[in-house]
Design a protein around this ligand. Structure first.
Ligand code: UD1
Ligand code: CA
Length: 452
């Protein structure tokens, strides 16, 4: 932007005690991705930008997640949780390197957009030393209030320190701030900890800017974009906003959903053209759905790729590592895991296919189970192209069924089956002519003798 380079610091230290969870707060998911990953994805990237994340002590998982999303990220540890200004100074080394714009964002505000980060930088170009992101909160409790006097932002008052009059104000601090890099460090280092919590509040920067005769600006945005997440209830609210966005984006991209409000998507779900998703479908992380595919009602998909014109469900469960080929069909009450189904394969009813490869156009009958686990290890099942597996067969892995082979219904198959062979592994059927008739007559006679 206008040749100004930019450093973004994302604050992600802290346990998030009010989440009542052993998982660090910023690793909770919204739209199938961590809170932190959404913020990092929206932060300025590319030439002239750099990125830092401040994590809590022992929170290696948070640093790892940051690097997964943005491999170029610098990470810093805030040893003690002494407040948001203290957290920014944990990344002092990065600030000292010098950036024209310094953006501060919170790792617990996942709905923020790239556009808003860009808007925040504009007042700096116009001469402001600080820009603060504000919004009108439906329920402002817990947020810092922006104190605007005569059209000028003069202070931010934290909820705990606010007077009853101030508490009634609804213009709140979203948490994102943009500092002019030339004065940022001087301002932040002046912040003290004389407030009811004894913390170093980044929000005190506003008053200091005024004292220094510099100006602070407010950029406003809608509440949905800046919901901060401190509790599980707020996490659920953010999920609703995220799902509404994802559904709208899917509809805009041409996905057909008759009841989009019942469909749950992930931020990384990708759709081809003419995809249909029926009601009550849950799509977790890592799902791609190609052109013309239909996901029928009540299906659950995670880390799965669905080929062109394939059909999944109703009531299908596709677990990680599933790949459904072009035109293939997965029917009701079918579970798959680490399973590749080539084009035109059919697995239509009541089946488990795990650690398996199913060749093109193979037909897997109702009730087939790949017995992939012996209590210690997982084993693979290979089913050749065009093979036909009769209903209610148990395929005991490791196992290879050749191309074009037939498996008789009800078989327990433990030995490899060559191409084009028939394997039948079940009890022999016996037949007694007239037995049923004789049996009935005998029973009827016995009944008559008893009652007569
Ligand atoms: C903060 C703001 C408040 C704003 C609200 C918006 C301050 C003092 N208050 O309040 O004005 O309305 O966000 O959601 O800035 N963090 C650290 N180290 C710390 C403290 C916090 O890394 O020592 C991180 C947290 O992990 C979190 C973020 O900073 O991601 C915000 O901290 P949090 O405690 O959630 O602040 P709020 O009380 O929500
Ligand atoms: Ca918060």
């Amino acid at each position: 932007m206008s040749g100004r380079n930019c450093l973004t610091i994302v604050l992600a230290a802290g346990e998030g005690t009010r989440m009542r969870s052993s998982l660090p707060k910023v690793l909770h998911p919204v739209g199938g991705q961590t809170l932190l990953s959404h913020v990092l994805a929206a932060a300025p990237g590319g030439a002239g930008t750099s990125l830092a994340v401040v994590v809590g002590p022992g929170h290696q998982a948070v640093a790892d997640e940051a690097r997964r999303v943005r491999p170029d990220v610098m990470t810093f540890v805030q040893d003690e949780r002494l407040g948001t200004a203290h957290a920014v100074l944990a990344a002092k080394e990065a600030i000292i390197r010098g950036a024209d714009d310094l953006l501060i964002a919170f790792g617990d505000t996942p709905l923020i957009s790239a556009d808003t980060f860009a808007r925040m930088r504009a007042p700096l170009r116009a001469g402001a030393s600080l820009a603060v992101l504000g919004f009108h909160a439906h329920d402002p409790a817990g947020y810092g209030r922006l104190i605007v006097t005569d059209g000028r932002l003069t202070a931010i008052r934290e909820d705990a320190d606010a007077s009853p009059d101030e508490r009634r104000m609804t213009l709140c601090n979203a948490g994102v701030m943009a500092f002019d890099g030339r004065t940022a460090l001087r301002i932040i280092e002046k912040i003290g900890n004389t407030n009811s919590k004894g913390e170093y509040y980044l929000t005190d920067a506003v008053g200091i800017v005024g004292d220094m005769g510099l100006t602070a600006a407010v950029i406003e945005t809608g509440e949905d974009e800046v919901r901060g997440i401190n509790t599980k209830a707020q996490l659920a609210e953010a999920e609703q906003v995220m799902q509404a966005r994802l559904r709208k984006a899917a509809l805009d991209a041409g996905v057909t959903m008759v009841a989009p409000e019942t469909v749950f998507l992930s931020a990384d779900t990708s759709f081809g053209k003419d995809v249909t998703i029926e009601p009550y479908v849950i799509i977790g992380q890592g799902v791609t759905i190609a052109d013309g595919a239909v996901i029928h009602a009540f299906s659950h998909l995670v880390q799965a790729s669905i080929g062109r014109n394939a059909s999944v469900g109703p009531y299908a469960r596709l677990r990680p590592g599933t790949s459904v080929g072009e035109g293939a069909r997965i029917g009701n009450f079918v579970e798959t895991k680490a399973a590749v189904l080539e084009a035109g394969a059919k697995v239509n009813h009541l089946t488990y296919i795990g650690d398996a490869h199913v060749g093109a156009n193979a037909n897997i009958g109702a009730g087939t189970i790949t017995c992939n686990y012996d209590g210690f290890n997982k084993h693979r099942t290979e089913i050749g192209e065009g093979a036909f597996v009769g209903s209610n067969s148990s395929l005991v892995a490791p196992l290879r069924i050749g191309a074009g082979a037939y498996i008789g219904s009800g078989s327990v198959v433990t030995k490899n089956v060559p191409d084009d062979a028939l394997a039948v592994g079940r009890g022999q059927q016996t037949l007694r002519e007239g037995w049923a008739k004789r049996f009935r007559e005998m029973k009827l006679l016995a009944r008559k003798q008893k009652t007569g």
